[in-house]
Design a protein around this ligand. Structure first.
Ligand code: KG4
Length: 338
């Protein structure tokens, strides 16, 4: 089944052609340079750029796959969660395409796609497994019972881990996307010089909270500057990175032990983090667990991962119609509006 997929949930306009777990094309037009001057994504600009870019990106995906539009069997699109204006561009384009080609329309949940990015890299990976999904807007531990059957074990009660990295990095004077740059320049952590709090949550034991950690870094920088002192940015980056990784890894492994999962999957934009990948790998080896994470090229937002999940939504009968609307929020376990 040949699927044309569209992703526009944040600041990447992407279109891909996939056949099962095989990627025929995966075009990504990023807006990072434009948002960098504002220190973060400006939703109105993101929506406008998606509108301008989407036709060309879709055409390029079809051309690069060496197919024609008439070869496509279904159209898939990220419909939730994300920036509403950005999502609407992709959803409306996909609806038009599905109508004009007279092919089924498949609405895909963004975090389910991030998890499915793993299927593109690990062709034999199958549920059940425990997944830590860490991105700029979400941090969730879920039990993937089947391809379209998810149970939330824990999630952030406020900011996502990526948001914490991005805003702390901005306070340290690093360019957007801060998480990427923080990871590049981080050296050796120093928890004595830069003590950072371990956030307590009022929710369940697998829930996260990152806003206090973000504020602690911002306050630390302000306090130092009021005293006329500067921070050692690469060391503070390493200290924050270690703290965030400690929290993510501790909760994930506790959840794995308590739920009996021995297969652990890491997904989402922050899965590109070098420390998170290597420590999770080592800890899995130590515990005799299997570990999976996508190749770096599939960690960030891209449409191939939408296609990878769409096939399972389709097989499960999750077919959308012309009434499909985008929504800014949607829990991963609900995942589909029928
Ligand atoms: O999944 P994604 O591409 O977009 C969302 O769906 O949110 O994730 C983007 C997030 C940003 O916060 C970015 O700073 C973070 O992923 N990120 C990283 C790294 N690469 C991307 N954070 C830490 N280390 C990285 N290497």
């Amino acid at each position: 089944m040949l699927i044309l997929s569209i992703e526009s949930s944040c600041d990447e306009t992407s279109a891909a052609v996939t056949r099962g777990r095989e990627v025929l094309s995966n075009i990504i037009s990023t807006q990072i340079d434009e948002h960098r001057i504002y220190g973060g994504v400006v939703p109105e600009i993101a929506s406008r750029r998606h509108c301008e870019n989407i036709s060309a990106v879709v055409k390029e995906a079809v051309d690069e796959a060496k197919i024609s539009f008439s070869d496509i069997d279904a159209v898939a699109v990220t419909a939730y969660p994300g920036l509403i204006g950005a999502l609407l561009t992709g959803v409306n384009f996909a609806k038009g395409l599905s109508l004009s080609l007279n092919k089924p329309l498949i609405a895909v949940h963004h975090l389910r796609s991030h998890i499915a990015a793993n299927y593109l890299t690990h062709k034999d990976l199958k549920p059940p497994f425990l997944c830590l999904v860490v991105s700029g807007g979400n941090t969730v531990i879920c039990s993937v019972k089947d391809y379209t059957d998810f149970k939330i074990i824990g999630q952030t009660l406020d900011d996502a881990a990526g948001e914490c990295f991005d805003k702390a990095a901005r306070a340290m004077g690093l360019d957007y996307p801060g998480g990427v740059n923080l990871d590049k320049i981080a050296t050796v952590p120093d928890e004595k010089t830069y003590p950072l709090p371990t956030p307590k949550t009022s929710g369940g034991e697998y829930d996260f909270s990152f806003s206090g950690l973000k504020t602690a870094v911002v306050n630390l920088i302000h306090n130092q500057s009021q005293k006329g002192q500067t921070v050692d940015v690469p060391v503070l980056c390493a200290t924050l990175r270690k703290k965030v990784c400690d929290i993510l890894i501790d909760k994930t492994f506790k959840a794995a032990k308590d739920t009996g999962h021995t297969k652990i999957v890491l997904a989402g934009g922050v899965s590109a983090n070098s420390e998170l990948r290597s420590r999770m790998q080592k800890q899995c080896e130590k515990n005799g667990f299997e570990f999976y994470t996508p190749e770096l090229k599939f960690c960030g937002d891209n449409a191939a991962m939408v296609g990878a999940q769409a096939i399972y939504e389709y097989e499960n009968g999750n077919i959308a119609d012309i009434s499909l609307n985008a929504t800014a929020t949607m829990p991963i376990d609900i995942g589909v509006i029928k």
